[in-house]
Design a protein around this ligand. Structure first.
Ligand code: SAH
Ligand code: SF4
Ligand code: F3S
Length: 451
């Protein structure tokens, strides 16, 4: 590679989970703090960061097609963008990327992106650099403070509190790409939350690969769990709502369930992945919970907060899954009545135990099962939305809708709600829900800006 100028503009493209969105924001802040400006909409950037996801095959393949597109667009414009590959594909396949894509100048893992500025300087000197070091301890301390330079926050934003996973489900790459479980310190999180609120955040979603495995010490040095962190955040003036995702059934505590009964600002929504309704499959997945123990947990959440909206994740076609075992997943879906759920075809991931298990399910069988599962989920989602019609609820306004005078916000149950009338982004307003579709509701504004 030849010597080149330092980039003046950047663009960060994040794929995958919400934690990647959070990391993308932190990278953007870091680059801005180093004097690199966000590329204006529609303009090519000098530096493009592809913040990638490795969870399923399709997600990972996207990286190479994106690199190809960037190189082509650069050629047409007579320039060569500096390309950095970040995120989980960078962690898992850094060397392959460097070998396969000469246009990539930097590969930086999810726990090393605080060193991006040094890598950019090296890239400008013509050196290609890879940094996929773990663990994460150093990263958060090294990043610039939130809201620096008067940066605004969206009304609803993410805050990573926990990273990594020690669960090793047999299908999953996350323990390898994100490393082992770490919890960020209580004090740092409260400071970051205050900064986000100052910058305009009204709802904070606490993030972790196993967010409810978060643990720390409170201001008095007492050991505390996620519920205490939620309670402390709920005390912060200016913040209307707290959410958290993704939880693991094995890390649910009595305290977390109680928080749903006692903390008003904690929204009545729980994303608790289960993956399958078959105990044999759950065992082969190394999930260490059963279908029944999962259902019992949900009952306890419902007892604490009867209107709680439930969400989950499912994998169909895990190696060895029989037709009968798949039926058990459908039965579990019927039993729960999800407000929302995410389902995926099993994707063999290199290096995971399930990838070499016997009984890989043929694609046509997998697709047929996925379609049946998604039909059941859509049915329940629509039923949940339809049951909300006639209710009045608070809606946090997130953005303008497509039509003039229209706004879009979220209900406490994370439903998208469209309404018309007087409002501004970041307002909490009262809306009567009037019409339900599978993915959103239409409402009538009852009261403007409540808080
Ligand atoms: N930590 C979270 C989820 C992480 S990944 C949890 O344990 O619940 C998000 C979802 O992607 C998973 O819940 C699972 O449903 C899906 N997923 C993970 N690995 C997958 C694979 N190899 N094939 C298909 N789906 C997968
Ligand atoms: Fe992956 Fe399982 Fe860890 Fe979730 S708990 S991140 S599915 S290994
Ligand atoms: Fe994807 Fe990594 Fe998130 S693999 S789902 S970006 S933790």
């Amino acid at each position: 590679m030849r010597n080149r100028d330092l980039p003046r503009t950047y663009r960060v493209k994040s794929f995958g989970c919400q934690m990647n969105v959070y990391d993308g924001e932190r990278m953007a802040e870091l680059l801005a703090a180093k004097g690199i400006a966000a590329a204006p909409e529609g303009e090519e950037a000098d530096l493009v960061v592809l913040n990638t996801c490795h969870i399923r095959e399709k997600a990972a393949e996207k990286v190479y097609s994106d690199i190809g597109r960037l190189v082509k667009a650069g050629k047409e414009a007579g320039r060569k963008p500096m390309i950095a590959v970040a995120g989980c594909v960078a962690q898992a396949e850094g060397e392959e990327i460097m070998a396969r894509a000469p246009a990539v100048g930097m590969v930086v893992g999810p726990q090393a992106y605080h060193r991006l500025p040094e890598m950019i300087a090296r890239a400008a000197r013509g050196e290609r650099a890879t940094d996929t070091e773990m663990p994460a301890d150093a990263k958060f301390a090294a990043l610039p403070a939130r809201g620096l330079g008067g940066r605004k926050s969206a009304p609803t934003t993410f805050l990573t509190v926990q990273e990594g996973c020690d669960k090793f489900c047999t299908y999953c790459v996350v323990p390898y790409t994100r490393g082992s479980e770490i919890s960020r310190p209580y004090r740092d999180l409260l400071i970051e939350a205050e900064k986000l609120i100052e910058a305009g955040a009204r709802e904070i979603t606490l993030l972790g690969q196993n967010v409810n495995a978060w643990s720390g010490e409170d201001g008095k040095g007492r050991p505390v769990g996620l519920d205490s962190l939620i309670r402390a955040l709920a005390e912060l003036p200016g913040l209307h709502r707290v959410r958290y995702t993704t939880s693991h059934p094995n890390d649910v505590t009595d305290g977390l369930i109680a928080a749903h009964a006692e903390v008003d600002k904690l929204m009545p929504y729980l994303h608790l992945p289960v993956q399958s309704g078959s105990d044999r499959v759950l065992k082969a997945m190394n999930r260490s919970h059963s279908a029944e123990s999962y259902l019992k947990l949900l009952d306890r959440f419902r007892a604490a907060r009867p209107d709680i909206a439930l969400s989950g994740d499912f994998i169909v076609g895990f190696p060895g899954e029989t037709g009968t075992e798949f039926e058990e997943t459908l039965q579990l879906v019927d039993a729960v009545g999800y407000a929302q759920a995410f389902s995926f075809n099993y994707s063999p991931r290199p290096g995971t135990p399930a990838a070499t298990m016997d009984g890989q399910v043929p694609p046509d069988v997998m697709y047929e099962r996925l379609q049946r599962l998604q039909a059941a989920i859509n049915r329940d989602q629509l039923a949940f939305n339809a049951a909300s019609v006639g209710k009045r609820c608070k809606v946090l306004v997130e953005r303008k809708g497509k039509h003039p005078g229209q706004w879009l916000g979220k209900s406490p149950w994370l439903q998208s709600v469209f309404f018309e009338g007087e409002a501004s982004i970041g307002d909490l307003v009262e809306v009567e829900l009037a019409e339900a579709g599978p993915n959103s509701l239409a409402g009538r504004l009852v009261e403007t800006a409540l808080a």
